[in-house]
Design a protein around this ligand. Structure first.
Ligand SMILES: [Ca+2]
Length: 293
């Protein structure tokens, strides 16, 4: 896992706080969704018996008693039935963004008449394809569940988090999911204060701004060595490519540019794959896992 404090930068998203007027999706009063977000759910096949019914979406005020609307959250709920659904938003990434990290605050409430719960849980995920159609897609990298099963009564806010290594530019979609296994009387999940950050490329090199050397001479030398080292890796890749020959001149030049721009699968990414991590390859646009278990 990366360290997010040192280089973490915020990526702007729309209505990260779930505030303002809620929008009726498809004109339906049961589907009140925070502006900037879209609702999704899985329907049936046994919806008539209360399994996987379309949930309701609504704003929930968590502000002070005299003005709950000072802090709103996106709510989703089902009654005497189960649901699987949530909200989603696609976000444009800055180029050079890597090591995406999303966090969202969540609370839940699930009770049946006998005092038991509906085994309600919630999680957040990131989809590097940026799609917003399918909440069950295998391309979504989900974070872990926070749920009643894990002993959470839902009264305090908990942080949902998900991590996506090596997304470069393009669009990513943020998926929020709520799910309960039993048809309890009340099943509510509330989401608040989303944030999406990325770890910028930390290797020193030509960047948009002027490079400043550390004042300490030893540190300055180490800094320059590190910069030359990262350049050296890229030059080795270019040389290897030149030696193996190109299929066509323009294809080859494109590839050299890609390597020089650092968008090629880099040694660090390769290391993650060899360790068994499931990582997103921005060049081929697919998930890669190592062949050997
Ligand atoms: Ca809020």
């Amino acid at each position: 896992m990366g360290v997010f404090s040192a280089f973490a930068q915020m990526i702007p998203m729309e209505n990260a706080g779930f505030e303002g007027e809620y929008v009726l999706q498809s004109g339906q009063k049961e589907l009140k969704v925070a502006r900037g977000w879209h609702c999704w759910w899985v329907h049936g096949p046994q919806a008539a018996d209360g399994w996987l019914v379309r949930p309701e979406f609504y704003p929930k005020g968590f502000g002070p008693l005299w003005d709950p609307k000072q802090d709103q959250a996106q709510g989703i709920q089902s009654t005497y039935s189960t649901h699987q659904g949530g909200v989603v938003q696609a976000v444009q990434l800055p180029s050079g963004a890597r090591e995406l990290h999303v966090e969202v605050l969540a609370r839940i409430y699930s009770r049946h008449n006998d005092g038991s719960g509906g085994a309600l849980g919630t999680r957040v995920g990131l989809d590097p394809t940026g799609q917003v159609q399918d909440g069950t897609a295998s391309t979504i990298a989900w974070g872990s569940w926070q749920s009643q099963d894990g002993g959470w009564d839902g009264r305090e806010w908990r942080t949902l988090a998900a991590h996506l290594p090596y997304a470069h530019g393009g669009v990513v979609s943020i998926w929020l999911e709520s799910r309960n296994r039993w048809k309890a009387r009340d099943n509510h999940t509330w989401w608040n204060q989303a944030s999406l950050t990325y770890e910028a490329d930390s290797s020193p090199g030509p960047g948009p701004g002027p490079i400043e050397l550390p004042a300490d001479i030893e540190e300055a030398i180490a800094f320059i060595r590190a910069a030359l080292g990262s350049l050296d890796t890229r030059l080795t890749q270019v040389e290897a490519r030149l030696e193996s020959g190109f299929a066509g001149v323009s294809d080859g030049l494109d590839e050299v540019l890609t390597i020089l721009n650092g968008e090629r699968r880099d040694p660090e990414l390769q290391k993650e794959i060899e360790k068994g991590a499931r990582v997103w390859d921005p060049v081929t646009e697919e998930w890669i896992t190592s062949d050997h278990e």
